[in-house]
Structure formats: C-alpha cells, structure tokens
Design a protein around this ligand. Structure first.
Ligand SMILES: [Zn+2]
Ligand SMILES: [Zn+2]
Length: 117
C-alpha cells in the first residue's frame, strides 16, 4: 500500500511552483522523496492542488529539496494552509497569502499537509 501524493509548494525566493512527491511509508508517516518544477496550469489540471494527507511528513534521506532555492525546510502556512519552503529564517512571509509566519525551530521537518483548505 505505498500510497503517493503530490503536494504543491511555492518558493518565496522565486515565486515559482513545484511539486513534492510524498510517499506513505507506514501508518501516519509520510516521506518527501522528490521535487520537480511545475506550472500552475499543470498543477490545477492534474489536481495536485487537491491533495490531502494526514499524519507527519518527514524529508527522506535523499530528499533533494526545493528545485529553486535548494531548501529542505518546508513550512505550512497557518493562515491559508498551503506549503512553501523557507531558507531557514524564523520569521517568514507566506508566498501564497502573504501572512507573516513564525517558524518553529527543530531539525526534523514535520508538518501536516492539507492543501485542500
Ligand atoms: Zn525554494
Ligand atoms: Zn498563506
């Protein structure tokens, strides 16, 4: 039952979109395994912006990070629920809705993806 979803992430550095492939490795554990640049039209057409997964998401050992800024740190916006990368700062602006976000520290990437909000 290796379920795979594609989540859409926006890079604040370039304002460009990319997809993150996330695999369900065990119950309630998901791993980000791959990223690829994507166009907004494609994301909509493929329904990637509808992906909803529950549980904790971690970066896999080979996770390449953002294809534009190479960051492996992903943040989910508490305002709009969308995903973006950040280059390691504690105060960041969501590139989707421009709400200021406080990013909690910690080495492991863990968040809940629910891009359907
Ligand atoms: Zn980025
Ligand atoms: Zn937002």
């Amino acid at each position: 039952m290796n379920e795979t979803v594609i989540a859409i992430c926006k890079c604040p550095e370039t304002k460009r979109l990319y997809g993150i492939r996330i695999e369900n490795v065990s119950e309630n554990r998901w791993e980000m395994t791959w990223t690829f640049p994507i166009k907004e039209e494609t994301a909509k057409r493929e329904g990637y912006d509808q992906a909803v997964i529950g549980g904790l998401v971690y970066a896999s050992a080979n996770f390449p990070g953002c294809p534009y800024c190479q960051s492996k740190k992903m943040t989910i916006c508490s305002q709009c629920g969308k995903l973006f990368c950040n280059i390691g700062e504690n105060n960041v602006i969501c590139p989707w809705c421009e709400a200021a976000q406080k990013v909690r520290g910690g080495g492991k990437v863990s968040f809940r993806i629910c891009s359907d909000i």
